[in-house]
Design a binder for this molecule. Structure first.
Ligand code: AKG
Ligand code: FE2
Length: 366
């Protein structure tokens, strides 16, 4: 469980105290926003969210000090335990929920079953994806889950709802800052409607000593709208905007989620909001010796939403259209194209990689 003192260093996992994130490495200058302030309609905090969403597109969201955030923090502690339990199951148990051949992102993906670049280099992460629609009972034909996940159904349901409460707060705030008609962003992301939102358990075993510094998860921008990520150890890096294209670690901070914009927000806002490149490499310092777990909630637009720029408010003053590759593509098609292009089962070469790209090349310079 998380360490109640508030420092990310020294937090415990199921079996041990985690080694500290080093103090002597360069880290990304993510601003810290406060959920409690956004909920109490603090005008300055809304402006800070808008600024962070335009500048780096990544920020810490401190969840402490309000029931909505505390519920999320409790949920993530419980689900880190579940993630460890799931990923330590025997491989044949996990492979029972590998649904890649069905053309879905749902279920288990073993280490090396995705590519991380055009050349087909394999990833070093195992992941388990649980669709929001399965958890909330919206999908009439949910993917089978192992008993230990079934046993956590209520916890997962609470977690999805807690994430959605936070997401709706963020969408309302950004909607106001963009001066869009009331509810525009929120109505593209109603949790009760079918969408490809999901909870993900990520597990990266330690890299062998000769491979330290290697990439586990290649550079990418997220496909969807907003991502709420919890890290306990380092390894996540963002590429700082600017000519130097410098990669720096993101320090995990206890009590805070790492939130980032995905490509859907870039498309909707003609590039006004930024989805920043990020990747996962060997965790820094002593953290390199342990298995790295992370917990993610990916929020995507409802399946029926068309991936095209929105109109109104400030967006009417933004020149130019984002070059979304296929105007008219639905959110469901966009997510599937991008996801399957990375799966080993579907990767045929550099063209598959290129076809799975999003807005990485079209974002505004800041
Ligand atoms: O594991 C992490 O810290 C980040 C994972 C990530 O970027 C992703 O799954 O899209
Ligand atoms: Fe990501």
């Amino acid at each position: 469980m998380g360490d109640a003192t508030g420092a990310a260093n020294g937090v415990t996992s199921r079996s041990k105290v985690l080694p500290p994130f080093p103090d002597d490495i360069k880290t990304a200058p993510l601003v810290t926003l406060y959920l409690a302030k956004l909920l109490s309609h603090d005008v300055e905090e809304h402006a800070r969210l808008f600024k962070a969403s335009k500048n780096l597109g990544f920020f810490y969201l401190d969840m402490r000090g309000c029931p909505e955030g505390e519920t999320l923090l409790k949920g993530k502690d419980a689900l880190f335990e579940t993630a460890e339990e799931f990923h330590t199951l025997p491989l044949d148990e996990k492979l029972k929920c590998d649904y890649a051949s069905r053309g879905t992102y749902a279920g288990y993906k073993g280490v090396g079953r995705e590519v991380i670049d055009r050349l087909g280099t394999r990833d070093r992460n195992a992941i388990y994806n649980m669709p929001k629609d399965d958890i909330l009972g919206i999908n009439p034909d949910p993917y089978p889950v192992p008993p230990l996940i079934e046993a956590q159904h209520d916890e997962l349901e609470k977690y999805v709802k807690a994430n959605n409460a936070v997401l709706q707060t963020l969408f309302s705030s950004l909607n106001k800052s963009l001066q869009l008609p009331d509810g525009t962003l929120n109505n593209l992301h109603r949790p009760t409607e079918p969408s490809m939102c999901h909870v993900r358990f990520i597990c990266a075993p330690p890299h062998p000593p000769e491979d330290r510094g290697v990439t586990s998860l290649g550079e990418h921008t997220d496909f969807g709208s907003l991502t709420i990520l919890f890290n306990r150890v380092g390894g996540l890096q963002v590429q700082l905007p600017g000519e130097a294209k410098e990669w720096v670690y993101v320090r995990p901070v206890e009590g805070c989620a790492i939130v980032n914009m995905g490509d859907a927000m870039v498309v909707f806002t003609k590039g006004l909001l930024r989805s920043n490149l990020h990747r996962v490499i060997t965790p820094p310092g002593e953290q390199a010796d342990i298995t790295r777990y992370s917990l993610v909630y990916f929020c995507r637009p409802e399946n029926a939403v068309v991936m095209t720029p929105l109109h109104g408010g400030l967006l009417d003053q933004v020149a130019g259209e984002a070059k979304d590759d296929e105007p008219g593509e639905s959110s469901a098609e966009w997510m599937k194209r991008r996801h399957l292009g990375r799966k080993l089962e579907y990767f045929k070469g550099p063209e598959t990689w290129d076809n799975a790209r999003g807005t990485e090349g079209t974002r505004m310079a800041v």
